[in-house]
Design a protein around this ligand. Structure first.
Ligand code: MF3
Ligand code: CO
Ligand code: CO
Length: 274
């Protein structure tokens, strides 16, 4: 049976405009999420000073195609690369190019694969060589903010619970949460409803239900939260030039809590901070 036929057989159920997925759909997302995470694992040894972001993007594209999947970003709304690579004060959607990474940089790589019609979307941070203490702290705060957001997910919780957990932690650490970009429903569609805000109030927003799929992908700045998009139409940077970090998982709400589809099989999701 093709995916199109399968889609016809399982009419989409929605709750508050958010699709409710079946057990088979979880299997599809599990495979897609795993491949996206494996792509980021594969890149880890290549994240060294002197590596151009274009070269890393080429490696990601080859890996995805070799594994029978498609790069979701390639051709998406006119985007021409497989990954987004966002170093230092780039918040997100950095376009891979000839510029090389250098010692002391921090960088996010965001990759989305389409495997058997399912989108696996994940990003993580890498440190290049010796990273300054304030940059290490930012990586830790960003990772922990995602962990705290994910820990709230279970049927009956709300999207506001996720945003509140992230925002309250980040701000207590004297960092700021970017408000111009959010997580999103994910599945057969790349960017679906709901919008998953990384700030908010407990108890507000849509109620979570088993079978919902979405991403959580907080962007955290060492300075102020304001961002601007450069004239290339994609690259978002902090207005105050402060360092920015992000990490992203694709998840599903289960009967008892949450399943993270994009766990690193090699245990490399959290950047090693010595
Ligand atoms: N992967 C990004 C996200 O987390 C989207 C990138 S869209 C692109 O939603 F076109 F810039 F690649
Ligand atoms: Co995403
Ligand atoms: Co992403």
């Amino acid at each position: 049976m093709t995916m199109a036929q399968a889609a016809e057989l399982s009419p989409t159920v929605r709750s508050a405009g958010v699709k409710i997925h079946s057990t088979e759909d979880f299997a599809g997302m599990r495979a897609a999420g795993r491949l996206a995470a494996e792509c980021l694992d594969m890149l880890t040894p290549h994240m060294v000073a002197g590596a151009s972001t274009e070269r890393l993007d080429d490696l990601a594209r080859e890996f995805i195609l070799d594994n029978g999947a498609l790069p979701a970003c390639l051709g998406y709304r006119g985007y021409t690369k497989t990954t987004c690579i966002s170093p230092n004060h780039v918040v997100c959607h950095g376009i891979p190019g000839p510029k090389a990474l250098k010692d002391g940089d921090i960088a996010n790589i965001d990759v989305t694969v389409i495997l058997e019609g399912w989108h696996g979307d994940t990003s993580r941070m890498y440190g290049i060589g010796e990273v300054a203490p304030r940059a290490k702290r930012l990586l830790e705060v960003t990772y922990e903010s995602l962990a705290r957001g994910l820990a709230t997910i279970k049927p009956g919780a709300t999207l506001g619970d996720i945003g509140h957990a992230i925002q309250s932690y980040v701000e207590a650490q004297r960092c700021s949460v970017v408000r111009d970009f959010c997580g999103h429903g994910v599945g057969r569609v790349f960017h679906d409803s709901p919008n998953v805000l990384h700030y908010g109030r407990r108890g507000e927003g849509a109620r979570l239900q088993a079978g919902m799929f979405f991403t959580v992908e907080p962007m955290v700045n060492l300075g102020k939260s304001a961002v601007k998009v450069l004239s290339d139409g994609w690259t978002a940077v902090t207005r105050d030039k402060s360092l920015s970090a992000q990490c992203e998982h694709s998840v599903g709400v289960t009967e008892t809590g949450v399943e993270i589809f994009t766990v690193s099989p090699a245990g490399l999701f959290q950047p090693p901070v010595s």
